[in-house]
Design a protein around this ligand. Structure first.
Ligand SMILES: *Cc1c(COP(=O)(O)O)cnc(C)c1O
Length: 377
């Protein structure tokens, strides 16, 4: 008799649908018989600058160590992070991307009896990790595409163990200022942990935005998560981290895999932290690209959600899926967000000026009514 393996999976996993990543360049190239070099991918919020030279040099230097296990404590990287942010090394937890840290946090602090609060339109990984551990996800309706922090605080019950807040949020790009985040944290009971996911914080310019790390002394129930995948340009290597109280970090470090960040990733991340010029370039290119995209959307009469990240969600109306397909056929990969409950939007990552131009031209072509060119590509 054939075994129904689905029924053997634990409950939370049975109903799980996998995370939908941006379409890889190589895949589209295979499907359409295109040259990968002719494809523009603006689908995964990757850094269009390419990696920092310092990161590349560090990776090359570390190559002879491939036969050795990595430093499971990540000493050099933790030391560099601790110095940069003025925290203790014992407050840091490294992850295989911050995705890993988010999952470890959920596994440490929530189970089948717990509720986990997040916002509608928030990063897909929050409901995913919640469901995988069998906890109950509480999705709080958004306000103007962003987190409704008052409603999220009001959603806390005696079963709530964790709250995920993405600031800025992906895929909407919405952000809360420091005052709002602090007022929110003040309302949350001390025995409920708040994960402040700051994957895009490096792009924020201005004192009005919160720096989660500075809030840790006032709010010991806070865990700040950050990543090297976006502004630091190391998405392929999978390095992220959390900063929190040493007591919470001690728990996270018990559960994470002992060698969850590899040698090349550790070396590159440590090196890039010393490359503030690269970070500055990332910010400049992103600010200019966002402006370029916004101007194009204005010209084309398309609505968009103003973004604090390195991507922007544009409202292309009811034909979003067709427009996505037309863009693919023209060698431009963006990200549909229907899975987030945003069927009329496409999320576009900010590229270099020429990439953005390619996308804008392709979009303009795709927007033409059927029969006037969009269908024939
Ligand atoms: C990209 C992203 C992350 C994590 O990415 P990693 O590559 O796993 O570090 C986390 N949170 C948000 C909101 C993101 O958009």
């Amino acid at each position: 008799m054939a075994i129904d393996y689905q029924s053997l999976a634990v409950k939370g996993v049975q109903a799980l649908s996998p995370y939908q990543p941006g379409k890889p360049i190589e895949e589209l190239a295979r499907e359409l018989g295109l040259n990968p070099a002719d494809i523009v991918k603006l689908a995964s919020n990757e850094n269009p600058l390419g990696p920092s030279d310092k990161a590349l040099a560090a990776v090359r230097e570390a190559l002879p160590e491939l036969c050795l296990y990595p430093d499971g404590n990540g000493f050099d990287l933790k030391q560099a992070l601790a110095a940069r942010f003025g925290v203790g090394m014992d407050q840091i937890t490294l992850g295989n991307g911050s995705n890993d840290v988010l999952e470890v946090i959920a596994r440490c602090f929530a189970d089948r009896d717990s509720e986990v609060v997040f916002s509608q339109y928030a990063f897909a990984v929050y409901p995913l990790v919640t469901q995988a551990i069998g906890a109950k996800g509480i999705s709080v309706p958004a306000k103007a595409w962003g987190h409704d922090l008052d409603a999220m605080a009001a959603a806390v019950t005696d079963r709530t163990r964790l709250i995920f807040v993405a600031n800025p949020n992906n895929p909407t790009g919405t952000v809360h200022e420091a005052e709002a985040i602090e007022a929110f944290l003040e309302k949350i009971p001390a025995n409920v942990l708040v994960v402040l996911d700051e994957a895009y914080c490096e792009y924020l310019q201005g004192d009005q935005y919160p720096d989660g790390v500075k809030l840790l002394s006032r709010f010991p129930n806070l865990i700040v998560c950050r990543t090297f995948s976006k502004a630091w340009g190391l998405a392929a290597l999978r390095v992220g981290y959390s900063i929190c109280s040493a007591a919470i970090a001690d728990i996270l470090n018990r559960v994470r895999q002992p060698f969850n960040v590899d040698t090349l990733a550790l070396a590159a991340a440590t090196a890039v932290l010393g490359d503030d010029q690269y970070l500055e370039r990332s910010r400049e290119v992103n600010a200019a690209g966002l402006k370029q995209l916004e101007q194009a959307f204005d010209r084309l009469g398309l609505g968009y959600i103003p973004s604090a990240g390195n991507f922007i969600a544009v409202d292309v109306g009811g034909r979003a899926q067709d427009i996505y397909q037309s863009l693919l056929a023209q060698g431009v990969i963006v990200r549909p967000v229907a899975g987030y409950g945003m069927p009329n939007h496409l999320r576009v990552s900010v590229g270099l000026q020429a990439d953005n131009d390619r996308f804008i031209d392709a979009l303009e072509h795709a927007l033409q009514p059927p029969g006037q060119g969009a269908a024939d590509v």
